[in-house]
Design a protein around this ligand. Structure first.
Ligand code: TNX
Length: 508
C-alpha cells in the first residue's frame, strides 16, 4: 500500500534490487492502494481539463488556474479527454459511490469514478500529489508535477464527520463555509452543526420566533451571538453539498436547552423563563418532560428543520441531561424518536440515548473517554449503528498539550499521535466491525471564537481523524502518517490555515 520512508521514489542505494518506484508519501487520508511507475506528469500552460461533472471540473479548474496562472479551458461532457480528465465511466465497481481510480502518466491524468463524489475525492488526491503551492490564492512558480502511477481508493466508513458548535460561539455563514472548504480536502462527508445549547439558539424557527431573536442574542462570554435565517441555513447546505458534504443539524434536547427555556416561559414546568446564560457549565437545564406543549415544540422545530434539510438525519442531542430524571429522559427520547420519523428523518443522538430503546434507524454517537459502555454495546448487539467520537482521541476542543492556550482538557491532552492512535472499528467493547458507521471529530467552542481558532484546533487533528475514517486499517502506521501529515504543512501555509505546529511532526 504505502511505502514508508522511501522518499520521492526511485531505488535507494546502488545495491538495492530494482524495486518498483514508490509514490511520494504525501496523501492524507492514505489511499487504499497505490502503484507508482516512476514517471512524472507535468501540467503545462497549454493543458486542458475535461469533466463529466461540471461542478467538480469547475472546482478543480478554479484551484489550478488561481495558482498556476494557466488558462486551463474546461470542457464538460463527451469528447476527447483533456490533459486532466474526470470521467464518470470505466471506474472499477469496487470503488463504490465515493471512491475513484486515478491514473497519472507523462501525457496526463485521468480520474474515474462511479459518482461525482468519487471524482471530487479523486481531485483532492490529485491536488495533494502536486506541490503545496497549488493551493495558494496567487500565481506561483511550478513545475506542477504529478508522480506517475495508479491509485485505487475508497472509504472504509460511510460516515466521516466534523462537528462545529455554533451555539457556544456563533460563526457566520462565511466562517462555516471556510471550514467546509478546509474539511473537504480530507474527504469529510458529514457536517454536524450543533445549532442550540444553553448559551444560544442559532436558527430561525418561524413557529417559535423568539428562539432566534432572543435565544440567539448572546453567547459564551456575553458577546452578541447571532443566528442563521432559514435562507442562511440553506446557503450552508448548498455550499456543503457542492463539496459532497451532508449537513446533520442538531437541536440538543432535553438538556442543553436554557436558550429555548429563556425564550418561552411556557416551555418551563414552573412557567417562569430563566435568564439567558453566557457561562460554560453543563447539565443544569431541561425541557419539561410532562408538559404537552414540549412535544408541540419539538414537532414544530423538527418539522421546520426537516423541511429545510435534505440529509437523512436530525441530531436530537441527548447528552448530559443531568437535570432530567432517568425515567423522564427515557419518556422524552421515546416520544421524540417517532416525531423525527414522522418528518421523514432518522434520529442521530449522543450515545446516552442508548439507555432507552432505540428505533432501528437511530444512529448513536459515542463521546465518552471509556472503552466500555454496556448500554451502547447492548444497543449495538440489537442493530444500532455507532459513530465514534471518543473525547480523549476525537475532540478537537481538547488542548494538544498543557501549553495550548485554547480549549479544555477534561478528557486529557490530545496531541496528533493520540488523535491518530486508535482504531474506530475495534475500540469499544461490543461495538466493533459492522456496528461502526464511522468517525466524527467534534469542535466545541466554549473557548473558540475566530476562524483562526478553528484552524488551530482542527489542523492537524481533523486530517488524522479523517484518515481513521477513510483509510483501510492495514495502512495504519504512525511513522508513515506523521510524514504524510507533515507534507500538508506547505499546503496549509499556502491557504492561510492557522495550523498548530505539533512537535510530533517534522514540518518541511
Ligand atoms: C461535553 S460530550 C459536551 C459539551 C461540551 C464539551 C466540551 C458532549 C456530548 N457534551 O456540551 O461543550 O464537553 O468539551
Amino acid at each position: 500500500v504505502l511505502v514508508a520512508g522511501a522518499g520521492l521514489g526511485g531505488a535507494i542505494g546502488a545495491s538495492a534490487p530494482a524495486a518498483a518506484a514508490a509514490f511520494p508519501n504525501v496523501v492524507v487520508p492514505a489511499p487504499a492502494s497505490e502503484v507508482a511507475d516512476g514517471t512524472t506528469f507535468t501540467l503545462a500552460s497549454s493543458a486542458t481539463i475535461t469533466s463529466d461533472d461540471a461542478d467538480v471540473g469547475g472546482y478543480l479548474a478554479t484551484i489550478l488556474r488561481r495558482s498556476t496562472g494557466y488558462p486551463l479551458p474546461l470542457t464538460v461532457g463527451a469528447g476527447t479527454p483533456g490533459t486532466v480528465a474526470l470521467s464518470l465511466s470505466g471506474a472499477p465497481s469496487s470503488v463504490g459511490t465515493e471512491g475513484y481510480e486515478l491514473v497519472s502518466s507523462p501525457s496526463g491524468v485521468v480520474i474515474r469514478a462511479n459518482q461525482a463524489a468519487g471524482l471530487f475525492h479523486g481531485v483532492q488526491t490529485l491536488l495533494q500529489l502536486m506541490p503545496g503551492a497549488v493551493m495558494g490564492s496567487t500565481v506561483a512558480a511550478g513545475p506542477w508535477t504529478v508522480p506517475g502511477g495508479t491509485i485505487t481508493d475508497w472509504p472504509r466508513f460511510g460516515y466521516r464527520g466534523a462537528m462545529l458548535d455554533v451555539a457556544r460561539h456563533f460563526f457566520t455563514v462565511a466562517q462555516v463555509e471556510r471550514y467546509i472548504d478546509e474539511m473537504a480536502l480530507y474527504k469529510v462527508n458529514y457536517l454536524h452543526l450543533h445549532l442550540s445549547d444553553d448559551q444560544g439558539w442559532r436558527i430561525v424557527v418561524n413557529s417559535w420566533p423568539n428562539l432566534a431573536t432572543y435565544g440567539g442574542s448572546t453567547e459564551v462570554g456575553g458577546g452578541a451571538g447571532g443566528f442563521y435565517t432559514q435562507a442562511d441555513y440553506q446557503a450552508i447546505i448548498a455550499y456543503a453539498t457542492s463539496r459532497y458534504i451532508t449537513v446533520v443539524p442538531e437541536i440538543d434536547m432535553p438538556g442543553h436547552t436554557n436558550a429555548a427555556l429563556a425564550s418561552y416561559a411556557s416551555l418551563n414546568c414552573n412557567g417562569v423563563a430563566p435568564a439567558l446564560y453566557t457561562g460554560t457549565n453543563v447539565g443544569f437545564s431541561s425541557l419539561c418532560v410532562p408538559l404537552a406543549l414540549t412535544y408541540t415544540f419539538v414537532d414544530q422545530v423538527v418539522g421546520e428543520l426537516a423541511a429545510l434539510t435534505p440529509g437523512p438525519y436530525i441530531h436530537i442531542g441527548g447528552d448530559e441531561a443531568s437535570s432530567t430524571s432517568a425515567s423522564d429522559y427515557a419518556t422524552f427520547i421515546d416520544k421524540v424518536q417517532p416525531i423525527v420519523a414522522a418528518h421523514g428523518k432518522a434520529v442521530m443522538g449522543w450515545h446516552n440515548i442508548a439507555a432507552t430503546s432505540l428505533a432501528p434507524s437511530t444512529l448513536a454517537q459515542f463521546w465518552d473517554t471509556t472503552t466500555t459502555d454496556s448500554a451502547l454495546a447492548a444497543a449495538a448487539a440489537s442493530g444500532t449503528k455507532v459513530v465514534m467520537s471518543p473525547a480523549n482521541h476525537a475532540y478537537l476542543d481538547m488542548k494538544y498539550t498543557h501549553k495550548t492556550k485554547l480549549g479544555q482538557h477534561w478528557a486529557g491532552y490530545v496531541d496528533v499521535n493520540t488523535a491518530y492512535g486508535w482504531d474506530p472499528g475495534d475500540y469499544l467493547t461490543g461495538v466493533t466491525g459492522s456496528s461502526v458507521a464511522g468517525v466524527e471529530a467534534p469542535l466545541w467552542t466554549e473557548t473558540i471564537v475566530t476562524s483562526a481558532d478553528i484552524d488551530q484546533m482542527a489542523f492537524p487533528r481533523l486530517p488524522a481523524l479523517m484518515e481513521l475514517g477513510w483509510s483501510p486499517y492495514s495502512t495504519h502506521d504512525t511513522t508513515s502518517f506523521d510524514q504524510r501529515l507533515g507534507a500538508q504543512g506547505p499546503r496549509w501555509h499556502a491557504m492561510g490555515v492557522n495550523y498548530y505546529k505539533s512537535t510530533q511532526i517534522t514540518w518541511p
